[in-house]
Design a protein around this ligand. Sequence first.
Ligand code: GLU
Length: 263
Amino acid sequence: MPILKNVKRIVVKVGTSTLTYDTGKTNIRRMHKLVSVLSDIANSGIETALVTSGAIGVGVSKLGLKERPEDTPGRQAAATVGQCELMFMYDKLFSEYGHTVGQLLITKSDVENDERRENLINAFDKLFAYGAIPVINENDSVAVDEIVYGDNDSLSAIVAKLIRADALIILTDTDGFYDADPGSDEDAKLIPVINEITDELYSAAGGCGSKFSTGGMVTKLHAAQIATDAGIDTIVMNGAYPEDIYKALDGKQIGTFFTGNRK
Ligand code: GLU
């Protein structure tokens, strides 16, 4: 069974559905657990980066809107509000465990332009050298058209590749990747290991996110493809139990393991 080995640098991605309740408000208990686990992992000497969604979802709730605005300026505005709240929470919670966070808001053009990508990598490397925990989101208040990644699953894989991480963990609201939709098919089975991402897997992925979020399993597959192509082992697992990240790092079976392609 493939397992994570020798992880020195890790990217963990958390989505809106893990961070918030159905009301759209932050799930403080879960955020707290996640932050305590990530702080502990960082304490063990693993350089840890967090890619977080939730800016738009939390902003929508904080502004008292009933749902995600359909117009782009509405989503931009919600993101400006929600991003502040998110970082306030992360700063406060990580501080409780003696950690310092640095916020990086990224757009696709920052990664695709050679010079800006280099600058970005330098900023990441320096943050790690200073012992801080980078917290990353897409810059949703300015990344609005075709230059947008649009989903943080892909963004997390791009970041993992950018910073040469050894592992990517994508937290989601199911136990991993199933061969059918577990919400509607009771015979759906969790796939523990995926060595190759095929068209059949993409058709099994179907569906999309909740009323506050963007992703779904298709974007997770896409992310796993980007990361594993870059040789990065990727695990998709349930974000409701952040302590399970320890199991992944201890080499135990958890969620779905996508094996990085060793060149
Ligand atoms: N960047 C978006 C946000 O923070 C989330 C994108 C996603 O859900 O993947 O609201």
